[in-house]
Structures are given as structure tokens and as C-alpha cells.
Design a protein around this ligand. Sequence first.
Ligand SMILES: Nc1ncnc2c1ncn2[C@@H]1O[C@H](COP(=O)(O)OP(=O)(O)O)[C@@H](O)[C@H]1O
Ligand SMILES: [Mg+2]
Length: 335
Amino acid sequence: MTAVLFTCAGQRVDIVSAFGRAGATTVATDLDPLAPALYHADRRALVPPVSDPGYVAALAALVAEHDVRLVVPLTDLDQEIVSAAREALEPALVLAPTPNVCRTMGDKYLAHAFFSEHGIPSPRTWLPDDVPGDARYPLLVKVREGFGSRHIYRADDPDELDFHLRSTPVESMVQERCLGEEFSIDVFCDVGGRCLNAIPRSMIQSKGGESIKGRSLADGELVEHGASVAETVGIVGPANVQCFREPDGSLPVTDVNPRFGGAFPLPLAAGSRYPELALALARGERPEPRLGEFREGIVMTRFFSDLCLVEDGNGGLVPFAEELPHPIAVEPGEA
Ligand SMILES: Nc1ncnc2c1ncn2[C@@H]1O[C@H](COP(=O)(O)OP(=O)(O)O)[C@@H](O)[C@H]1O
Ligand SMILES: [Mg+2]
């Protein structure tokens, strides 16, 4: 069994459980004892905040203690830190691109500049002082280092643009608003940056920046696009490529997240086998690319779930077991 360490496990019960089903021994870490994914892993550990100088040492100690062979950062929070700690976490493989790729994709202006330099289509984008007179409205005032669709403001004319640029509380850029349909492509690349699969999906509905309803699509053009963007960016492991299909047929890219996407269960159900591929990489294997091999027409609809915990008597928490020695309440009508 390959032991896999998940950092910032948070609510990613879907990912931790899928690796467990793929045959991994799962070790989940978080700083919050109420992170639900901790209780769906074979082992769990609390760690310091990602900004703590002892964070990497705490992860390295867990790698040694549990004989971990793969480290999977699950959020943007520590991706660059974990990527930069590759040597300290050996012999485990860190499933993330280089720190430079993490940093570039984490700043939407740097990402746009990278796309432009490398021939990847991207909506026209400027720093606040550089917006030209011929910019096409509506424009978006968009946070540079953002997530969860926060701090994105629409401007329909120059007055609204000035207003949003003055009032946004975060460092921003200005981007032309795309007009077509939005798509998301969940890709997976090997340690050499070769794309193994790319699974496009529609964005039927999003909530708080996360796709909650979507459908897998057999769209060869999007498969090719996702794979070529991933390989150009230098993705290692999973990533989520977001783009629009514009009326002129172009596919401008707006966001690349070098980690498992929020809609992970959809490509999984479509047959991605991304956990199995990740475990194969951890064993040093070179799986063959299977671009476009997945089930189309899989529809995902997501919902909240919950977990009840009780104190374990040692200062920790354990999942609440249903088998109680006594009824805790009488049924109505029973005395
Ligand atoms: N240039 C754009 N044109 C149209 N819609 C956009 C554009 N940029 C972002 N959006 C919308 O805002 C959402 C969040 O933007 P995104 O760049 O993905 O940032 P993040 O997901 O990091 O918050 C997108 O999913 C999309 O619906
Ligand atoms: Mg996004």
C-alpha cells in the first residue's frame, strides 16, 4: 500500500476517499481539528499554519513516520510552499508543478502574461493604468491573486470602470469579459509534464466560485486545448483549465489551477482514474497517455454533507458511533 499525505485537506472528503478506494493508505493533515477530511482518512495529523516556519518540518516528520510516497496539496494555500519543499519531503513525490508555475498561475496577471508569451489565447488584460481607449466593454475588474470568484466586478462603461478600480479593496487587473460559454477541463500530467488525460465539462451551475452542477463532454477540441495548455504551462499532476468558447471560435483561457478541481467527483465518475495515475507516478511508473478516454454525459450535482464527532478522552475527536449503550431520548408517547 502506498501512503499518501494530503495537505490542507479541509473539506476534500471526495479526494481523500477516492485515493483510499484506489488502494492508498491516506494520511490527512490540516490545522483545524474540525476539517471533515481528517476523519475520512486512515490516519490524521494536525499541523501548524502554512505560514509557520515549522510547517515543512512537520510535513517531513509525517512523511518519515508514515512512510509516505506521495504528497498531494489540495488547495492554493500551500502549493508553492510544498512544491519548494520537494527535497525536504523526499522520498515522497510532491504532486505539484515547480514553485514558479504555482506562483505564475496564482497571479492572474502573471498568468495572462505567460499565456500571451506562449501563444495561449487569453482575454485582453491590462494593469489598471494601462487600459486603452479601444478596450471592449463590458470589462471586469478582477483580483490578481484571487479564488472562489471573489473580487470580480463588472464595468459597463468608463465611469463604472473608474468606480470599481477606486473601490476594490484588492490589487486588481482589468480584463475583457468573454461572451461565449464557459468550460472547465480537468487534466492530469506525469512528472515529465506529458498530459495523460483531459476531461472537459460544462459549467451548468456554480456557487461561491465552485462548480456544483456540470456534465462531462466528448469535445475533441477542448480535450486538445486542455492538454496543450497543461503541457505549455508545465503542469505536473492534476490541474483545472478554465476557458470560454467565443463567438469567433477562439478558446481564451481565464484560469489555470494546478491542483484537483472543486468538481473532482465528475471526472472521477467519468473514468479519469486520476488517483490510480497519481499512485503509479509515486511508484515511478510511466503510464501511457489516454487523451479523450472517458465517459461523456456524466452529470454531477453536488450537495452539503456532514459528520458528527465526539471527544475521544485523549484531547482529540473521533467520529460519533451510532451504537450507544442507552437510548438518548425517549420516543414521543413513551414515558
Ligand atoms: N474574462 C472573463 N469573462 C467572463 N467571465 C469571467 C472572466 N473571468 C472570470 N469570469 C467569471 O468569473 C469566474 C471566476 O473567475 P476565475 O478567473 O476563474 O477566478 P477564480 O476561480 O480564481 O475566482 C469564472 O468562472 C467566470 O465565470
Ligand atoms: Mg476559476
